[in-house]
Design a protein around this ligand. Sequence first.
Ligand code: VGL
Ligand code: ZN
Length: 203
Amino acid sequence: MSATEYDASTALIVVDMQNDFAHPDGSLFVECGDQLVEPINIEIATAAQARSVIVVTQDWHPGTTPHFIDDGGVWPTHCVAGTWGADLIDGLDPDSRASAVIRKGTNGEDGYSAFSMREPGGIVDIPTGLAGLLRERGIERVVVCGIATDVCVSATALSATKAGFNTTVLWDSTRPVSADNATITRVLSEFADALVTVIGAPA
Ligand code: VGL
Ligand code: ZN
């Protein structure tokens, strides 16, 4: 059973279910990321049946970018455009159901949120066009799942509320890069402050 309800004014956003994050051989494997395929498939199937908009995001970096440790950033090289690591994980069912695929970071930006990107170290948000696309389709509510809870899922959910969408995160269909208590507490309090609804939040 899906964790929430869907309808035609809801969009499901499946964040970065790519090999480098979700496959045990990935360069930035998020522990248990592979276990998300099954629950997310249930959300996708339920959302599709309810005629919700389904958005799939992909982290999509050039081979060198200040986002990567090798070039002065903080992350190991991951999700380089066109490589296996950037592909959606096998079994995510079926990606053809997606109404839109949003690729973030394509020009070397830090692409954490599905809604906007930012030059590394910069302060200006560069919209991805997702907010406009959702508004055009009459979307009022977004449901967010995928990887990573504390990075791209949280950035996506927080910008969704800022853009005026009623926002829900399916906690059990996300996994964090950092699973320590301090990180989880911070993410949950940011969600609470931004009025993001969290389904399945740890007590
Ligand atoms: C992500 C770290 C770096 C994510 C993307 O998808 O959560 N994390 N780039
Ligand atoms: Zn990245």
